[in-house]
Design a protein around this ligand. Structure first.
Ligand SMILES: Nc1ncnc2c1ncn2[C@@H]1O[C@H](COP(=O)(O)OP(=O)(O)O)[C@@H](O)[C@H]1O
Ligand SMILES: [Mg+2]
Length: 333
């Protein structure tokens, strides 16, 4: 039997080093499980340990189009065997579905963007007409399974949308579901992402959107300003231009006591989501709209330097604590 440890289930090795460093600093044994290929003997017992899935909704954009299915299979196997899984099956389903995120947020009483889910492409143009009541008002599209601004585009007229749908530029969503969503106008050009670990508030990040980008992955390699949703979010080693880090900053005035933070904390607890970054936007008409739940974050290095607490270190401490509680005698043996 191997020594119990924390197993991190994911598919992008580029994102692991900051986590590995945090686990090492906290003295917590960790091993990654890259779910891009492999096998499980279905008659076997999973190795002892705490499992954390941080499978990303955008895994298919890195050539891992089946990682979502692999993770579904593996999480079920772990859960049936009684292993403690952080980011288990129910969390994966939330990660890969903005429809599910929207539904749960709405049910919990958050202000969410008006949204229509369109299945397939043949009815897209008609759906846009219904959605805008035939008017030329701004709206955006996004993919149900997204995570890095996939398919996020703004349209100002139905003609513009029709032309896009008929063009080779049209980006088909991997699960066939496109969302049509009301365009929100930010009061100031930024969005806020609130990070939680172990169900507790870590910090809130202000992400500057003045460059017009919809791609807001906070990982270091992703800080290439984009005019509009391109596809650079997880290009490993892409050089960030000088000053790009300023796009991400801690929002010091948002603390654990902030009413929205408290409401999100309760919401995540109800949904049994313990590690998440939730995004909201404050609009010109005074709304605070919650529109995205991310169950895996690549913590921004510049933010980490100035933040009151560290995302990766909080994760290592949290998962290390779970490991300790469950396997204390074996860990000290
Ligand atoms: N309804 C909206 N109106 C205006 N901008 C939006 C809207 N929804 C998303 N955005 C912008 O696009 C970015 C990406 O959208 P989001 O829903 O977070 O998708 P993803 O999960 O791919 O990150 C947001 O951070 C925000 O800047
Ligand atoms: Mg987002």
């Amino acid at each position: 039997m191997s020594t119990p440890r924390v197993y991190v289930i994911h598919e992008n090795p580029e994102w692991f080093p900051p986590l590995a460093a945090a686990f090492e600093a906290e003295g917590v044994p960790v091993e990654e499980i890259l779910l891009t290929e492999g096998q499980i003997d279905l008659g076997s017992e999973p190795a002892p340990g705490v499992y954390w899935s941080r499978m990303s909704a955008s895994s298919h954009t890195r050539g891992h189009e089946h990682s979502k299915e692999y993770t579904r299979a593996v999480l079920g196997w772990l859960e049936r065997a009684g292993r403690q899984v952080v980011g288990g099956s129910h969390v994966l389903e939330l990660e890969v579905s903005k429809v599910a995120q929207h539904g749960l947020l709405q049910q919990a009483g958050f202000d969410v963007p008006r949204t229509t889910a369109v299945f397939g492409t043949t009815t897209l143009k008609d759906a846009a007409r219904t959605f805008t009541d035939g008017q030329d008002v701004p709206f955006i599209t996004k993919h149900n399974q997204g995570g890095k601004g996939l398919g996020v585009r703004r349209f100002d007229s139905l003609a513009e949308f029709d032309a896009y749908v008929d063009s080779p530029e049209f980006e088909a969503p991997v699960d066939g579901i496109t969302l049509l969503q009301e365009y929100l106008t930010a009061r100031e050009p930024f969005i806020t992402r609130v990070e939680f670990v172990g169900g507790e508030f870590v910090y809130a990040v202000r992400v500057d959107t003045s460059a017009g980008s919809f791609e807001l992955c906070p990982a270091d390699a992703c800080e290439v300003p984009q005019v509009i949703a391109g596809a650079v979010c997880d290009v490993p080693g892409a050089d960030a231009p000088a000053g790009a880090s300023a796009a991400f900053a801690v929002r010091q005035e948002i603390t654990a006591e902030h009413p929205l933070v408290q409401k999100l904390r309760t919401f995540l607890a109800d949904q049994r989501v313990t590690i998440a970054g939730v995004e909201f936007m404050e609009t010109t008409d005074g709304r605070t709209v919650v529109y995205d739940i991310n169950t895996n974050t690549n913590y921004n290095p510049a933010v980490e330097e100035s933040a009151p607490a560290s995302g990766p270190r909080s994760i290592a401490r949290y998962l290390g604590g779970l490991l300790e509680t469950q396997y204390a005698p074996q860990l000290t043996a």
